[in-house]
Design a binder for this molecule. Structure first.
Ligand code: ZN
Length: 189
């Protein structure tokens, strides 16, 4: 897992590498089995979410920032994974509505997240929605931050126990549902 700049030479249908320069090695990932596990998982997701010859600059920026967080910080790896998934969904066209109820537009008390309707629901509207997950006000604040923050700042907050559990659950269920695949962290050894 190394970020570099490559100079390619095209002949016919094929490319050859003329030269390459290393930009970032993410060195600590290779010395920690747990960090490798998360980095491999995130790389698999990126391979699914991007296509060859398509401009994916924002996704690349998110990917590099996520690898940097795994490599260089002691933040909880599940926290990093959850934030990564939610921000990636924003870039893939599933940005959740987090400022008003997706059903009635109410903005005051939003304490449920609807997987089906891609965003928050109020005390009244969630009752008719079996796909909704209850969230605390801290998780709501975290969601608003993730949706609006630029990629380089998106990991810049902390969540405590219960809210962290909520964010992990929500990001996992929402991500699998929208990408129509059951993503699981796999043991590598
Ligand atoms: Zn409502």
């Amino acid at each position: 897992m190394c970020f570099g700049e490559y100079i390619l030479y095209k002949s016919g249908e094929n490319y050859s590498i003329n030269s390459c320069d290393t930009i970032e090695m993410f060195y600590n990932i290779r010395t920690d089995l747990d960090k490798i596990k998360y980095a491999v998982h995130i790389t698999k997701i990126i391979q699914d979410a991007t296509n060859e010859n398509e401009n994916s600059y924002k996704i690349l920026q998110l990917y590099l920032n996520t690898l940097y967080m795994i490599s260089e910080t002691d933040k909880d790896a599940d926290f990093i994974l959850s934030v990564f998934k939610l921000k990636l969904l924003c870039f893939l066209g599933f940005k959740p509505r987090v400022n008003e109820c997706t059903n009635c537009g109410q903005k005051e008390i939003l304490n449920h997240f609807s997987i089906k309707d891609n965003g928050l629901k109020c005390e009244e509207c969630y009752r008719q929605d079996k796909s909704s997950i209850e969230i605390s006000s801290s998780t709501w604040a975290a969601l608003k931050f993730i949706v609006s923050a630029p990629v380089r700042k998106v990991f810049g907050f902390n969540l405590k126990d219960e809210s962290l559990r909520e964010l992990k659950l929500l990001s996992k269920v929402y991500f699998n549902e929208k990408l129509e695949k059951e993503y699981k962290l796999e043991e590598l050894w």
